[in-house]
Design a protein around this ligand. Structure first.
Ligand SMILES: O=P(O)(O)OC[C@H]1O[C@H](OP(=O)(O)OP(=O)(O)O)[C@H](O)[C@@H]1O
Ligand SMILES: O=c1cc[nH]c(=O)[nH]1
Ligand SMILES: [Mg+2]
Length: 207
């Protein structure tokens, strides 16, 4: 599996703001939005383009547009903080939604929402979720996509645990990972260390 770590001073600065426990909800959301812009920019660096013939004020010109804009799929709740910025970067993209919440005691994903197009055979898909911990929520989402014939999936995350990266790798699904950092480990409650805490709570408050 391809793992692309977005290692840039501006990304590191936003991630540091997100990790800081004194950062309030609004500043956390702002840093996540900025960082999403960088992650999506990097995730699309090799995307195929199609030619668009236009006229500049001076002459004819063959320009470019994305050949196939990806379907954006935020994983609720925490992925909601990424979708507006990702959509601003790719305004022509369609958006699907998946809702999953980890059971607090087992850390197993509990699905509660699924709103996706029926056929994803010819569409790249960007799954937006800041946290890849055990990988359970991401794998649940990827399985929904693969069941709809998706063959080109990018997980766009902020922080991953090595355990989550390994789970994606083991799954054999057609996925690559674009992430700002791969942290040390999971703790005994399956939270990422050093991490940034609960990405949903830090944006929206406790559920
Ligand atoms: O890799 P995993 O072990 O599955 O953990 C990662 C998931 O946990 C968080 O969501 P959470 O369940 O806290 O829901 P929330 O976004 O509503 O807070 C996060 O946004 C991921 O979806
Ligand atoms: O560290 C973690 C693990 C799962 N979900 C989060 O929001 N944070
Ligand atoms: Mg949460």
């Amino acid at each position: 599996m391809q793992v692309q770590i977005v290692d840039h001073p501006l990304a590191a600065a936003r991630l540091t703001t997100m990790r800081d426990k004194t950062t309030d909800n609004a500043a956390f959301r702002a840093a996540l939005s900025d960082l999403t812009q960088m992650l999506v920019y990097e995730a699309l660096a090799d995307a195929p383009t199609a030619t668009v013939s236009i006229e500049t004020p001076l002459t004819a010109f063959d320009g470019a547009r994305l050949a196939t804009p990806p379907l954006l799929v935020p994983v609720l709740r925490a992925g909601l903080g990424m979708v507006e910025q990702a959509h601003a970067m790719v305004p022509e993209a369609h958006v699907g939604f998946v809702g999953v919440a980890r059971d607090e005691t087992t850390a197993e994903p509990v699905p509660y929402l699924e709103s996706l197009p029926d056929d994803l055979a010819s569409l790249p898909v960007f799954v937006l979720d800041p946290m890849l911990a055990t990988g359970g929520s991401m794998l649940h989402t990827i399985e929904l996509l693969v069941a709809r014939n998706a063959t080109d999936i990018t997980a766009v995350c902020v922080v991953a645990a090595p355990e989550g990266v390994a789970a994606l790798e083991r799954s054999g699904h057609p996925v690559r990972l674009v992430v700002a950092a791969v942290d040390e480990r999971l703790d005994e409650t399956a939270y990422i260390v050093p991490g940034l805490g609960d990405a949903g709570d830090r944006q929206f408050g406790p559920r």
